[in-house]
Design a protein around this ligand. Structure first.
Ligand code: HEM
Length: 378
């Protein structure tokens, strides 16, 4: 970590002497007032009720995520544990199936699914894009990446909603579902992620089955829930700015920037946790450190007019996918999902707009997005 977290506040405030907490009432509804106070007055502070040291400024969050003395709290399967903090291990296993030729092979499936989902809404007057679009498209993309049958998407959907768990979780139902697929891939490997995990060896031996199913489950959680939330915020931001949306409609090459800007302003993962391997300044060994991606994305020292959604912002930063040794492996798939999702919606449902009535706010402290997105389609 740089020295930055130990600098005095940028704008010393006479008011803020008692550190606020992430668990203060109202924070979950709107964390941004708290984020402002933290960035200004308490850039590195222990949040006793939350049980973690909070880091909120963009430069500090970036430095903390790259700091080898701060590790992910539960690396999970042996292959991830052995290589924790170093590029290799589980990352070397997972990443070839999520980029390059493998990613290109997934693209037509994601595009097709986006159109199927959009067409299902075509005869409707109103819809909830979260429940009927955002949750399904990333789940189908994750199912395709793992090489599981498309028709199992509905079944796998529930496991896609667990979120990123640092490769540590085991889900008995999912393990049972995956076992026959694992056996088949061991016998007849393909180009998909599950085959890559089955073909992997540690200490000259294949990965134990529970590591294969654990990593596959982690990918479903990381890919499904996080991308679904990001997609909901992305569509909400664009629907709130019809002028920007119209420009993107005619110039689809601007979609990538609009997606990155939404991730900056409204990252689906607001908090990424780390554990200190040794004392770092005031942070004791073993302490939990919470890197506040949501606060970093709106740091006025890094972004002009940070609360504004500007699809054409020149440099929206890149912290929503994390940074350093654990940075997201699925960013290209997520972006592709967003691009095809938006294109399908605008093509099939050209009149899509916010439904009248109050706008459902974003919710959630750690994972954050609107839980519904009611729209008019005609
Ligand atoms: C907009 C969508 C997404 C966002 C914002 C996102 C965000 C993140 C973040 C912040 C991390 C770092 C966590 C940490 O440092 O502890 C991460 C890690 C990870 N993500 Fe994503 N993610 C997204 C989509 C995906 C997709 C589609 C996949 C897979 C298909 C994926 C797979 C992973 C994996 C495997 C890791 C763990 C990497 C490691 O620990 O080495 N993510 N993601």
């Amino acid at each position: 970590m740089t020295e930055a977290p130990y600098l005095p506040p940028r704008v010393p405030s006479a008011r803020a002497t008692v550190p606020p907490s992430l668990l203060d009432p109202g924070t979950e509804r709107d964390p941004h007032p708290l984020y402002r106070t933290l960035r200004g007055d308490f850039p590195l502070v222990y949040d006793e009720p939350f049980g973690a040291w909070l880091i909120s400024r963009y430069a500090d969050v970036r430095a903390a995520l790259a700091d080898p003395r701060l590790v992910a709290p539960s690396p999970g399967p042996a292959v991830a544990r052995r290589t924790d903090g170093a590029p290799g291990g589980h990352r070397a296993l997972l990443s070839p199936a999520l980029r390059g030729r493998a990613l290109a092979a997934l693209e037509s499936g994601v595009e097709r699914t986006a159109y199927v989902l959009a067409r299902r809404l075509a005869s409707r007057r109103e819809a909830d894009l979260v429940a009927e679009f955002c949750q399904w498209l990333p789940a189908a993309a994750a199912v395709a990446a793992l090489g599981l049958p498309y028709e199992d998407t509905a079944r796998v959907h529930a496991w896609c909603r667990t979120g990123l768990d640092h490769l540590g979780g085991h889900r008995p139902g999912l393990d049972a579902y995956l076992r026959p697929h694992v056996a088949r891939r061991r016998a007849h490997p393909g180009d998909d992620l599950l085959s890559a995990l089955c073909a992997a060896r540690t200490d000259g031996r294949p990965l134990p089955e529970e590591d294969v199913t654990g990593l596959a489950g982690a990918v479903l959680g990381a890919a499904g829930e996080t991308t679904a939330r990001a997609l909901a915020s992305f569509l909400a931001n664009l629907l709130d700015h019809p002028g920007q949306l119209d420009l993107i409609r005619t110039r689809p090459e601007l979609t990538g920037g609009a997606w990155a800007e939404s991730l900056r302003r409204d990252p689906p993962l607001q908090i990424v946790s780390r554990r200190a391997l040794e004392p770092i300044g005031p942070i004791p060994e073993g302490a939990t450190v919470a890197c506040l991606l949501g606060a970093a994305g709106r740091d006025p020292a890094r972004f002009a007019d940070p609360d504004r959604y500007d699809a054409f912002r020149a440099d929206p930063g890149e912290l929503a996918y994390g940074s350093g040794p654990h940075s997201c492996l699925g960013a290209p798939l997520a972006r592709l999902t967003a691009e095809h999702g938006l294109r399908a919606l605008l093509t099939v449902l050209p009149d899509v707009r916010r439904a009248p009535g109050p706008r459902p706010p974003a919710e959630g402290l750690i994972s954050r997005s609107p839980r519904t997105l009611p729209v008019r389609l005609r």
